[in-house]
Design a protein around this ligand. Structure first.
Ligand code: B16
Ligand code: MG
Length: 218
């Protein structure tokens, strides 16, 4: 294994599971507009920015909407989503995820978040992890969303690490593509585990510890 110095974690689908809230919030908006929306469409929104997600949902909308109207729909979804996020507590991060993060930290790895979400700081605060990571790169500091590597390159920059020494942990195809485009290794979990471009497949979050075992003597 190469000289791994840092891990960059996607948030939704890796550290927390807010995809159910994204689904409920988009569904509420889609139902009100009479737009067909189901779990299959929702799966395509994984790792994708809010406005790009809306464009995917609107593929099932017959009419045409102005930029202003689209912004209003995105705001409507955001308001519902924030309401749902408000119910989150530290219990929404599993003990296994927490223990693994702590053990990676103890082993001396730098840890960052690389998320497309503009709500990342809010979510991290709700689950009590806002001050845990060495750096946070999210939807608020990027202009191009995944599969563009910007969010991960910024995370590496904030950490002061060479992208080549970082492993990105992702649950989305778009996120694995972003990691590869940034010259980083990609460890895939969940939905992305079947993606052939991933360098490592994690059956479980704690498999990260197996990945780096033997790396310590270098
Ligand atoms: P927001 P991640 C992504 O988070 C979600 O997977 C994606 O479904 C969502 O559209 C995107 O954040 C933007 O979220 O509306 O909160 O800015 O997986 O990159 O952590
Ligand atoms: Mg994700």
């Amino acid at each position: 294994m190469k000289n791994v110095k840092a891990f960059i974690f996607d948030l939704d689908g890796v550290i927390v599971f807010t995809d159910k809230f994204h689904y409920q919030a988009w569904k509420r908006m889609a139902d009100r507009m009479g737009i067909y929306f189901d779990e299959t469409v929702n799966n395509r929104l994984r790792g994708v920015s809010r406005m790009e997600s809306l464009d995917i949902i609107l593929e099932n909308y017959e009419g045409s909407l102005s930029q202003e109207e689209k912004k209003a729909l995105a705001e409507e979804k955001k308001a519902s989503y924030r309401e749902l996020l408000n119910t989150m507590t530290p219990q929404d991060v599993s003990t296994k995820v927490r223990r693994t993060l702590e053990q990676l930290r103890e082993k001396g790895y730098k840890l960052a978040i690389g998320s497309s979400s503009k709500n990342a700081p809010f979510i991290l605060e709700k689950v009590g992890l806002l001050d845990f990571f060495d750096a946070i790169s999210d939807g608020n500091n990027i202009t191009n969303s995944k599969p563009d590597p910007e969010v991960f390159l910024k995370a590496a920059e904030y950490l002061g690490e060479d992208p080549q020494n970082c492993i990105v942990v992702e649950d989305a195809y778009a996120g694995v593509d972003a990691a590869k485009a940034g010259g980083m290794a990609a460890a895939a979990i969940g939905d992305a585990a079947s993606y052939e471009k991933a360098d490592y497949v994690l059956e479980d979050f704690s498999d990260l510890l197996k990945l780096v075992s033997g790396n310590e003597d270098q």
